[in-house]
Design a protein around this ligand. Structure first.
Ligand code: MRU
Length: 358
């Protein structure tokens, strides 16, 4: 079976082409971004979203936004580069990939003291392209490592959107599901709607349905009932940041799903590339959680649904404690508990490459 996969972020010439995900599922529109303010706005407003896709858009956006300035003096260009990089990194704070990818491109500026502006820019463009291509490959590998968790007739519950729309490839949590479909394995998918911005119903249901996969939408509040009534065998979600003890920040509601899965004896897996791992943090308590505007809850999609003056808790992500997680599915294989030990080798190899100095 050949499967149609949307491309969340790509080059169009030297502009960053994204699908404006705020318009889905009713309108499919691609937009091309070059200006730094437009790139930052697109990331903040979730036009492009999902930790890996934000990282790719940040890296490519840094490159695109500098192209009009190649006539500046070298110090002026470097100063502008650092300013754009700071603006991009600050656009969304919880996902690890954004800072990781922007740092990776920005680092070239210091490595190339002798380069001309154009040479430096070309190197940066190639690096951003490599980040996109590596992510595409990592998604496939995550799919390969996650596929053995599924059987003929399995029912998988997922949250938010950790699919093609959130990455450079076939997604993270959805990657094993796409590979299952490609290889003729019949799998049912339960997608939670994911309040308040509805990434599950607007995006996951859209991309899976378009690809011909068997998806059933449930309200967030129906997730525990769905586990019981629809015979969910496994939960697979994505991640925004995974820290050294195995705690995982992901879309708000993930923690509640992990608790419900534990109650039902259903294994709960997290799928993410190692670019989402921040091993400089020792526990989930240290993760900075993004707060969203109260209006996303009280006036979602333009309709008032709460009194004007009600107090609102609107954190975009929660932290699922490692003890609730059966495994972390990555491009390198599945990391199992105890995570401090299983992740130690990854941490060591980063230290050797000098990557752990925040
Ligand atoms: O606020 P969003 O839509 O960017 O949140 C996305 C998620 O929480 C995803 O689960 C996560 O980024 C993993 S995407 C492969």
């Amino acid at each position: 079976m050949s499967i149609e996969i949307p491309r969340a972020v790509r080059w169009h010439g030297d502009s960053v082409r994204i699908i404006d995900q705020t318009l889905l599922p009713t309108e499919y529109r691609e937009v091309d971004l070059v200006q730094i303010d437009d790139l930052v706005e697109a990331i903040r407003a979730l036009r492009v979203r999902g930790a890996p896709a934000i990282g790719i858009a940040g890296a490519m956006g840094l490159v695109a936004s500098l192209k009009p300035y190649l006539d500046l003096s070298e110090p002026e260009l470097r100063a502008r580069l650092m300013r754009h990089a700071d603006q991009l990194r600050a656009a969304r704070p919880t996902g690890a990939n954004l800072k990781w990818a922007v740092d990776r491109v920005a680092a070239l500026a210091t490595e190339l003291p002798a380069a001309t502006n154009v040479e430096l820019w070309r190197k940066m463009r190639a690096e951003a392209t490599a980040i996109l291509e590596e992510d595409r490959e990592m998604c496939r590998q995550i799919g390969e490592h996650g596929l053995p968790l599924l059987d003929q007739g399995s029912t998988v519950l997922t949250h938010c959107n950790a699919g093609a729309l959130a990455t450079g490839g076939i997604g993270t949590a959805l990657a094993p599901l796409y590979l299952a479909a490609e290889r003729g394995l019949r799998v049912k998918i339960v997608a939670t709607e994911t309040r308040p911005l509805l990434q599950g119903s607007r995006l996951t249901a859209w991309e899976l349905g378009r690809a011909g996969l068997d998806v059933t939408l449930v309200a967030d509040g129906a997730a525990a009932a769905a586990m019981h009534r629809l015979g969910v065998n496994v939960v697979i979600v994505g991640a925004d940041r995974i820290v050294a003890n195995g705690d995982v920040a992901n879309k708000i509601g993930t923690y509640a799903l992990a608790i419900a899965a534990a109650h039902h004896g259903i294994p709960f897996y997290v799928a993410a590339p190692t670019s989402t791992f921040d091993l400089t943090l020792s526990s989930g308590e240290e993760i900075r959680i993004e707060e969203r505007a109260a209006e996303e809850l009280s006036r979602g999609f333009g309709r008032q649904t709460a009194p004007d003056d009600v107090a609102v808790f609107s954190e975009a992500f929660d932290v699922t404690p490692a003890r609730l997680i059966a495994g972390l599915i990555t491009e390198k294989g599945i990391f199992r508990p105890p995570y401090r030990e299983s992740l130690a080798a990854l941490s060591e190899s980063r230290k050797k490459r000098g990557e752990c100095s925040e």
